[in-house]
Design a binder for this molecule. Sequence first.
Ligand code: GCB
Length: 569
Amino acid sequence: MPVPASFNDITQDPNLRRFIGWVWYEKEVLLPKHWLQDTFKTRVVLRVGSAHYYAIVWVNGVQVVEHEGGHLPFEADISTIVQASPGDPCRITIAVNNTLSPYTLPPGTIQYLKDESKYPKGYFVQNTKFDFFNYAGIHRPVVVYTTPVAYIDDITVTTALSGNIGVVRYEVSVIGSSQYSLSLNLREKEGKVVATGQEAVGELKVVDPKLWWPYLMHENPGYLYYLEVKLSAQVDEDLTEDVYTVPVGIRTVHVTSSQFLINGKPFYFHGVNKHEDADIRGKGLDWSLIAKDFNLLKWLGANSFRTSHYPYAEEIMDLCDTYGIVVIDECPGVGMKDIENFGNQSLAHHLVVMEELIRRDKNRPSVVMWSVANEPASELPPAANYFKTVIAHTKAIDPTRPVTFVSNANYARDHGAPYVDVICVNSYFSWYHDSGHLEVIQLQLNTQFENWYETYHKPIIQSEYGADAVSGLHSDPPLMFSEEYQVAVLKQYHAVLDKKRKEYVIGELIWNFADFMTDQAVTRVLGNKKGIFTRQRQPKPAAFVLRDRYWKLANESSCLPRTVQYYNL
Ligand code: GCB
């Protein structure tokens, strides 16, 4: 079985495609000799980028780590095990189980179907209330790397602006020695050192900094400085050195009652919702696919996306930082529709997932907001305390970013909305409600925005809207599932968005960037077809409509002088 990849679509075996339970991966690797000889100086670490959903890892038969939750990395110090038998290959065994429960994120249930006149003995299915295929396996790279035994464990960077001074606050945590010194250099992209530091906690100042700007908001988007942190530590009689470099984008984020400000300028999200999803590899990381998707985002004139409905690969996030694609970083709180999903067990796990996500993505300038869930049953009374707690915890760990969750609840009955900084609303007028009635979209959308704004006086993002279109299916007048209908829905939404974006609507994210696989259902034709691109990343007519719109929006909302205009690439 290849890694990284979902195991589901690799073979012709239908049982493996829908398999629920334990799968086992094993590989022997030869590690460089000097990693194994330097017993007291080298720390050998095994890191798994993500495994869906629950994983247990052994090295040479010894259990080294277990981890709950897909989409986020975990690691184990394996030094003592591999250094104990330097002559042998290192055997890595990873067992992965994709069974979901009411307390996992996302949640799911196992249902035993006991009527033996209909189902064989022991027959069960896994039910989920989210709309994407529960791909499983080892989805991201597994690597073995080394550090010295005294090492840089973590670096936290936050940035601020004070007049023409860029302030880079940092905190370095060191493990393995209490006798050490640090040397920090903040370098421009081109290498020149602009500030230095020696303390574990400090502030670096940059005069007239080059700010990190979103794509299409500035002629030089995604500008990154590099903070190089050098640790020299005394370990027994020896001096060891560890070096780590963090990309730093100097930028600020603020939310007012009607605006989202990046570097003090109003930012309008014109972007997409995505999935990690493609033929054959499922949710497995694929560099060619990632590069293609970023090219399509740029072509489209999209300045942002939401990581619907779980954290995406670090490789993707790195490119967002580099290209200036703004991210709403969402945790896997999706499909939380039952009362059991709001109990203490779920809550405790949700808090841990937010901690892991923030630890991974906190230094990324592209991440401007955390989303703690998608379309939970937030009208249930326990959702009030649940979201109050998750959001307060998220803000306590990261006080620098706004927090939201994405709602499709009625504005008057949503118990989580009082705690968010930005209201994110999903709606599918003329699709799931009033199916086929394009003529009611404008009225209903207008009412939706006014109700939310009058209740909360917080800026609003239309975080999902769209319609299924089966590529190549035509109908005039537009009927549901045709390419023409998808275009018509978009245009009706845009008419209202164009009015409301002048007031308090701060963004629009189409559902979805590309068609994607779901469970089989009577409403799904080999998956969800709301993509503006097919699953193979070919444009439907809706992609061209959005492309025209996004480039126009870019010209209106960028900080370039009025005479300078963007032209479609
Ligand atoms: C939604 C969900 C998304 C679905 C989409 C749809 O509201 O957030 O996960 O895929 O609707 O197409 O039904």
